[in-house]
Design a protein. Sequence first.
Length: 283
Amino acid sequence: MGISVFTEIFIFVLGLCIGSFLNVCIYRLPRELSIVKPVFSFCPHCKKTIEWYDNIPLLSFLFLKGKCRFCGEKISVRYFLVELLTGIVFLFTFVKFGLSFLFLKYIFLFVFCILVSFIDIDYHAIPGWICILGIFTAVAMSLVKTGQLISHRGLLDVSFSSLPVVHSIKGLLLGIGLSYSLKIAGDFGLWIYLSLKKQETIEGEKESLGLGDVDFLGMVGAFLGWKLSFLTFFLAPVVSLVYGVYIIAFKKSHLIAYLPFLSLACFISAFWGDKIIKLILPF
C-alpha cells in the first residue's frame, strides 16, 4: 500500500476517534454534564466506567453485540452510527481537499453539524451556545486566512470586500437575517392557523422554526458564505421531504428533528453548492 492509502486509513481512524468523543458530547451536553469529568466513558444504565478495550470505536460495539459488559443493557446504535459517520466524513473531506486549510475548515463545520444533529434527534432542541461556538470558530479561521492573504499580497493590494473575514461576517449576518425573517413570517402564519383552529399548539410546538435552526444557518453562513447558507436553507425541505411525508402519513405527527436535514443540506452545499447555484442561476 502507498503512503496515501496509509494516510487515508489514519484520517478515517482519526474520524472514528473524534466520533467517539462526539458521542460523549451528545450524551453529556444536553444533560449539563462535564465532558472532561469523568475522563472515561460510563454506561448510561449502570454508570460503571467503560474500560479502554470496551471503548474502541466501532469494534467494541460489534464485539459486545451492542450491550454493556456489566449490566447487559442495550447500547444505542447511535454510538456506532456517529463514529462511522464521522469517520466517513473525515475520509471524504480528506479525499476532496487533502491536508489543507479547507480540509480543516470543513471538518470543524461538519463536526458541529454531527453534534447538533444527534442532539436534536433526541431532544428536538440544542444548547444554544454550540452554534455560537461554531460561529466564533468560523470567524477565527477566517481571520487566520485574512492574515495569510494580507501577508502574501500586501495590505494595499487586497480589496476590503475580498477579505475572508468580511466574507465570513457577511455570511453570518445574512444567514441569520434570512432565517430569522422567515421564522417570523412562519410563526405569524402558524399563529393564524392555530387561531382559526382554536388550538394553542401543534403537538406542543408554537414555532415554525426554532432559534437553534437560526443560529445554525448563521454558523453555516460564517463558514461558507451567505450564498451557500441560503442554499442550505432552501435545500433542507427538499432533502427532508420523503421523511416528512413518512412521519405525517404513518406516525401521524408534524414534528421532525430538522437540524439533521439542515446538516445534510449543508454538506451538499459545501461540496456541490456552487454547481447547484450555477444550474439554478446560470447567468
